[in-house]
Design a protein around this ligand. Structure first.
Ligand code: KIV
Length: 312
């Protein structure tokens, strides 16, 4: 859609007149980190989803998703990289801004990209501040048991989401995307890391690619919510990558992905139909065209187009 292409001003970024109400008039209560902690206490499941742009974030928010993660999976599912390592802070900021513009209710969490917090704590802190200050993120997510950084971010009033288990930024160390914590030793290490992150101030921990039993045990012990992806149903919440959920990827889904729609099929068919219509000259129709006022057409001696003649 374009603004100002005709009599009506059209914009996809308009919100309903009452900014603080949903389209059905229900007041919007902003989701915050403390609100998510309260959901754990009350045993209410937390729904989370990744999103990277205005329309999908807005749809996720309007569908009532509690937490929207601008994940660095964007590198793969939107930008076509082989893994998440190449994406930069500036690219992540660009997408976080778009999500921030779309979301009114969900907590917006920005993923800190590889390299942006792997040096000194001071570097991690200043990069995290950029996500809050320049892009409107309400929390940042970091992978691994970086306890000192979590403490520093918490002291700087930046809510932190930790991420343990299968951490995609460690793909080279892990030797691929493999389920983690399958031995007694690694299960105990994961539990210790989760407790340490919570103690350092993390508000949520994402558990990715770990056995259901491990995620369940950690969820039961931790005072803060866990959000699982490939971690079974016993976490306090679940997250999926948007493009997996709607089938907008070009690879076979992982075992833990449930496809709720076939966006690729829908979009492929729509694009093919459009191409065929262009090739057959059936798009655009006369009704989809703008017309000169009749007097101007006649004054300029411009012939009527066949479509306009048919209409007359
Ligand atoms: O980047 C991402 O999408 C993530 C989720 C899979 C948790 O980190």
């Amino acid at each position: 859609m374009r603004s100002g292409t005709g009599d009506k001003i059209m914009s996809m970024t308009n919100f309903p007149a009452n900014e603080n109400s949903s389209s059905n008039g229900v007041p919007i209560t902003k989701v915050t980190m403390p609100a998510l902690a309260e959901m754990k206490r009350q045993g209410k499941p937390i729904s989370a989803l990744t999103a990277y742009d205005y329309p999908t974030s807005r749809l996720a928010d309007e569908a009532g998703i509690d937490l929207i993660l601008v994940g660095d999976s964007l590198a793969m599912v939107v930008l076509g990289h082989e893994n998440t390592l190449a994406i930069t802070v500036d690219e992540m900021l660009h997408h976080t801004r778009a999500v921030h513009r779309a979301v009114r209710r969900a907590l917006v969490v920005a993923d800190m990209p590889f390299g942006s917090y792997h040096g000194t704590v001071a570097e991690g802190l200043s990069n995290a501040i950029r996500f809050i200050k320049e892009a409107g993120a309400e929390a940042v997510k970091i992978e691994g048991p970086r306890v000192e950084l979590v403490r520093a971010l918490t002291e700087a009033e930046i809510p932190v989401v930790g991420h343990l288990g299968l951490t995609p930024q460690s793909v080279h160390r892990m030797g691929g995307y493999r389920v983690q914590a399958r031995t007694a030793e690694t299960v105990l290490a994961l539990k210790t890391d989760a407790m340490a992150l919570a103690e350092a101030g993390a508000g949520i921990i994402v558990l990715e690619g770990v056995p259901r039993e491990v995620a369940a045990a950690i969820t039961a012990e931790l005072p803060i919510p866990t959000i699982g992806i490939g971690a079974g149903p016993d976490c306090d919440g679940q997250i999926l990558v948007f493009h997996d959920l709607v089938n907008l990827t070009f690879a076979a889904p992982a075992k833990f992905v449930r496809r709720y729609a076939d966006a690729a099929g829908l979009m492929r068919t729509a694009i093919e139909r459009y191409r065929e219509d262009v090739e057959r000259h059936t798009f655009p129709s006369d009704e989809e065209s703008y017309h000169l006022p009749e007097a101007v057409r006649q004054a300029l001696d411009i012939p009527q187009t066949p479509g306009a003649l048919r209409k007359a």
